[in-house]
Every structure is written in structure tokens, then in C-alpha cells.
Write a new protein. Sequence first.
Length: 245
Amino acid sequence: MTARLYVGERVDYIIENELKIIQSSSVFTFSLDAVLLANFVHVPIKKGKLLDLCTGTGAIPLLLTRRTNGRITGIEIQEKLVSMAERSVELNQLENQINVIHANILDSERNAEQDYDVVTCNPPYFASQNPEDHHSNEHFAIARHEIHCTLDDVVRISAKHLRNGGKAAFVHRPERLMDLLTSMRKYNLEPKRLQLVHPKEGKEANMVLVEGAKNGKPDLKLLPPIVVFDQNGQYSEEVMQAYGR
């Protein structure tokens, strides 16, 4: 199928020879954190309802189709990114499985039906509200900084959408881990699984993956860490598997 592309857009593979995504250097593109989150979260295999908040160009919903036959909804505030995500869904002929909604996740909270089995989110990482700290490109600024929603908003809204016992999974920076765990407990998303991601062996972690269960009992498991690059500077076996290689 031929992609409908606009000025500055291109088609990249997320998964080699399998999944394609429309991207542009003028907006914030997907990266390893999205791939790791989509590979980390528990998902129902045959059916279910999944929601991806701050979905961007739709990388996480696309990746999740490799692991589940459930219905997946993505919510994104930036109209340009929604258009790219929708066309990527068409390009991969996944219209029957993925639906992308143009909305502020804060608005989705008002009509939350609490019937999703899984909620994922790769949220803006930086808490700074000072415009001088933001990227000059509006798309980059919104993706990176808590301009339209905070981490606490993301966790609260995730909990609102989940059924009892449903799973919410997040990827974030280690320096925000306590903020994330505090918000999860605050909104009854009990942390169940935590995994640190290190760029290389012996280097400090630069990402953390956390999954919680709505109204779950305390029982946190610390998973073995992920090391992204091996001693030769190549992707580790675990990362290669996440990319489907």
C-alpha cells in the first residue's frame, strides 16, 4: 500500500520488513523508550481494550499489534501527529484494530468509562513550565515538557480509564521515579513491576519502566535491568528482540 505523505514526511520501519510508520524531522519522532514500553507491558493476547495516552505518531499502538488482537485507542493532542498516526494505521492496514483520537487527555477523563484492560503512556519527561527552557519547535516542546499535562495528570487519567485489576505501564526518567510511584499509589495504581534501562554496562540508568495494577495488592517485582548497547556498541540481544530482530 502506498503512503500518503506531505512535505518533509518519510516512511520508516519500526519493525524491519513488518511495521511502517510515517515520520518527519520537523516533529518529535518515536525512539527506543516507546519500543521498550510496548514490549514491557502485559497485554491480553486474543482480545481486550487498550489505550495509549500521548500517542504521538502512533508508535506504541502499532507495536502493540504484534502482541495482541485487542482493540487499541491512541489519544494525541497535536493535530499534525494525529494525521501522521492515522495514515500510518492505514499504511499498515490496521484500521480494524487501531483508532486514533485527536484530543487533550484531560478531556478524555470526563467521559472515562473505566473499562480498559491496559493503559500505556510515554509522557513528557520534563516538569519545567518555564518557556525559556522549552525547545523552539512547538512539536518538540509539547512532546518533551509538561505543557498540556503533568505526570500526575497522566497517572490519574490512566487510573480513571482502567477497569478494576487493569494494568497501566509507563516509561520515564529515573530522576522522576519517586514522583511516578507516589502518583501511582495516590490513584490506586499499585506498582507491580519495575525495570531499569542502562545505556551500557556500568553506566547509570537513563530510563525506567513501571507497571501497576488498579486496586492491586502491594507486591513489587524488580526485574533484571536492560542494557541497551553491548561492549561493541551494538544493540544488546534483549533490545534486538524488542525490535523483532
